[in-house]
Design a binder for this molecule. Structure first.
Ligand SMILES: NC(=O)c1ccc[n+]([C@@H]2O[C@H](COP(=O)([O-])OP(=O)(O)OC[C@H]3O[C@@H](n4cnc5c(N)ncnc54)[C@H](OP(=O)(O)O)[C@@H]3O)[C@@H](O)[C@H]2O)c1
Length: 247
């Protein structure tokens, strides 16, 4: 019997956790399809990994459907594309930031899932892995809307697992604490100094650490579902408790 290479879709693979996951799946022998909005970075990944690339904005359902509808059934759909914007008391929050977070983290994940899940259910196999966050377990000050978006991801994951129970499709979430990626740079609208201060005096996770866990979740035996993983740096005990040297 010839062994069929497994196929994974990684959304938001132009940076951080997503690009680390694309590399980890590629090294493990999977066929990788990556997405993002920055075409140049997708081109770089294609040159590096020989993967397929799809350039679209997950907030746009029509674009998501056009990109994914004829992709067939993936063994794993990794809903990773997401972002935070701003860190301020809710009465000072920006409506644009709120809309961008909710439209990307919640509706974007729903868009990708709505296009791909019917084929998985019909085929009777496949695995949706969502990247949530510790912010989906605990709401922290000045992060109301980001935390709300990740609480929504956890709720969607849990409902989806109940909906798909018995269909053969698995649903999991991997929820990291602090990971050093472009996340903080995006959160602080390009302020590199403020972004760097997020990791002052502590050792955050790297994208590769999250990728190793995602791959482990994806490669569990067919009868095993690693349903929820909370993955923290050793210097972090909760959203607000971070041990910082010299502080
Ligand atoms: N870093 C952390 O501390 C941390 C902790 C917990 C959870 N997370 C979660 O991990 C996931 C990945 O974040 P990261 O830390 O790797 O940040 P990152 O380095 O900024 O990467 C975010 C990725 O999401 C993509 N993306 C953002 N908006 C998109 C959109 N509208 N359409 C398509 N793709 C979009 C970006 O690609 P383009 O810009 O090219 O579109 C990029 O590839 C997010 O869901 C985030 O909430 C991060």
């Amino acid at each position: 019997m010839t062994h069929r290479a497994q196929r994974v879709l990684v959304t938001g693979a132009t940076s951080g956790i997503g690009s680390a996951c694309a590399r980890a799946f590629h090294r493990a022998g999977w066929q990788v399809v990556v997405t993002g909005r920055r075409q140049e970075r997708l081109d770089d990944l294609r040159a590096e990994l020989g993967c397929s690339t799809l350039c679209f904005d997950v907030r746009d359902f029509a674009a998501t459907e056009a990109a994914l509808a004829d992709q067939g059934v993936f063994d794993v759909v990794l809903n990773n594309a997401g972002l935070s914007r701003g860190l301020e008391p809710i009465w000072q929050g920006s409506l644009d930031d709120w809309n961008e977070m909710l439209d990307t983290n919640v509706k974007g994940l729903l868009h990708v899932t709505r296009v791909l899940l019917p084929g998985m259910v019909e085929a009777g196999f496949g695995h949706v892995i969502n990247i949530g966050s510790i912010a989906g377990h605990e709401a922290y000050p000045n992060g109301a809307v980001y935390c709300a978006s990740k609480h929504a991801v956890l709720a969607i994951t849990q409902s989806m697992r109940k909906d798909t129970c018995g269909t053969g499709v698995k649903v999991s979430t991997v929820d990291p604490g602090l990971v050093h990626t472009e996340f903080s740079l995006v959160r602080f609208h390009g302020d590199q100094e403020r972004a760097d201060s997020t990791y002052d005096g502590m050792t955050p996770l790297r994208g590769e650490d999250v990728a190793a866990t995602v791959l482990w979740v994806a490669e569990a035996p067919a009868h095993v579902n690693v349903a929820e993983v909370l993955l923290l740096p050793n210097d972090q005990a909760s959203a607000g408790i971070v041990a910082r040297k010299g502080k």
